[in-house]
Ligand binder design. Structure first.
Ligand SMILES: Cc1ncc(COP(=O)(O)O)c(C=O)c1O
Length: 375
């Protein structure tokens, strides 16, 4: 198997557990297990207490699939397939949906597996570049122009990593109509869904918006439980889901038994769980708004509309003249133990860096950044 290194994951493998403050993590501060268990209802408390650590149902626990289906308008439990994280779901879906001779259009900069696995599957990939001058917005007319007779899949991640872009409802509807008219499936990576800063901005899920829509969800981001490694695909295209299930027999077969029950508890308590995630993000945005207001000479951004990440641009003048974002990040982590993610890890030239603001230590991380910038 020939696949390019996943640049972001290699960077995290080096740094994630070696620094004091991750100012570029995409997840929300991990939910404490004891607090989660305190949210269990009588049924799930019993499932946890009596859990047997055998294999689990390969499609996912029926109660978990029912709870996931409840996140959508048109999705039944049998329209859901559970995976080990969103990453495994991406791997299976793209390998099943695409092959040699096929073409896919994928938003970029973005989560690398969304286009790298498509290439691995043999497809040709056109990257749909999001541009800061457009406020990182999707450009549906450019997507339309990129469609070819052999285009099988359009892959969109929204709310978007790394920019925090959330399409407006009209743009989203235009994209859905384009896919429907062209008979192209829409793979909608919605792992940051439910983290819209204005709840009224939430988009219809891809799986609900069109019959060939596939929604990707996970416990890692909005639900703050990345360590469970539970993700899912939801789609009314049962044939596609069945083919993914057959490939999953060669990857993990079935999900972790404890993780399924903890996910079930978390999803049943989603109101409280999501409220906590949104509160952490809102508090951190107050700190970041102050930083951006005070240091426009150093940092500017298109303020995200959703999610736990944003993609500001560094202005590297004064003592930083001639520096790249990579050098800035390297010297910052050496001096203050604060980690930023330079845009080079998305294959992007220039001085953008990913900021993550789902962690509780963001104020301390920002203090470290300020000290470094002011030194
Ligand atoms: C857009 C996007 N999709 C998928 C994933 C993969 O999620 P997980 O690591 O929980 O499998 C991530 C993780 O950062 C992501 O940002």
């Amino acid at each position: 198997m020939q696949i390019a290194d996943f640049a972001l994951e290699r960077y995290f493998a080096r740094w994630e557990f070696a620094v004091r403050h991750l100012l570029c993590a995409s997840d929300v501060e991990g939910y404490p297990q004891a607090e989660l268990l305190a949210l269990a209802d009588a049924e799930t408390a019993g499932l946890w207490r009596d859990l047997r650590l055998g294999y689990t149902e390969s499609r996912g626990h029926p109660l978990l699939r029912a709870e996931i289906a409840g996140l959508y308008e048109t999705i039944a439990p049998d329209d859901v397939l559970v995976f080990a994280g969103a990453e495994e779901a991406i791997f299976c879906l793209l390998n099943v949906a695409l092959g040699p001779g096929d073409h896919a259009i994928v938003t970029w900069p973005g989560y690398q597996s969304l286009y790298e696995v498509a290439r691995l599957a043999g497809a040709e990939v056109s990257l749909h570049e999001l541009r800061p001058a457009d406020g990182w917005a999707l450009d549906v007319e450019r997507i339309r122009a990129a469609i070819r007779p052999e285009t099988r899949l359009i892959v969109v991640n929204a709310p978007h990593n790394p920019t925090g872009m959330l399409p407006g409802k009209a743009d989203w509807q235009a994209l859905v109509e384009l896919c429907s008219e062209a008979g192209i499936a829409l793979f909608s990576d919605e792992v940051y869904r439910f983290l819209e800063y204005d709840q009224a901005d939430r988009l219809p899920a891809g799986a609900d918006a069109l019959s060939r829509g596939i929604s990707l969800g996970v416990m890692s981001k909005s639900f703050a439980m990345a360590g469970l490694r539970i993700g899912w695909l939801a789609t009314r295209d049962r044939d596609l889901l069945e083919r993914c299930a057959r490939l999953k027999d060669y990857t993990t077969i079935c999900a972790s038994a404890p993780a399924e029950i903890l996910s079930l508890i978390g999803l049943r308590a989603k109101t409280a769980v999501l409220e906590r995630s949104r509160r952490i993000i809102a508090d951190n945005l107050v700190v970041l708004d102050r930083l951006f207001a005070e240091r426009p000479d150093l940092l500017t951004w298109v303020r995200p509309r959703a999610g736990s990440v944003g993609y500001p641009e560094l202005s590297l003048g004064g003592r930083f003249a001639g520096w790249s974002a990579d050098r800035f990040a390297a010297e910052l982590v050496a001096a203050e133990g604060v980690l930023l993610l330079p845009g080079s890890h998305f294959g992007q030239p220039g001085n953008h860096v990913r900021l993550g603001f789902g962690r509780l230590d963001l104020p301390q991380a920002v203090d470290g950044l300020r000290r470094f910038a002011d030194a």
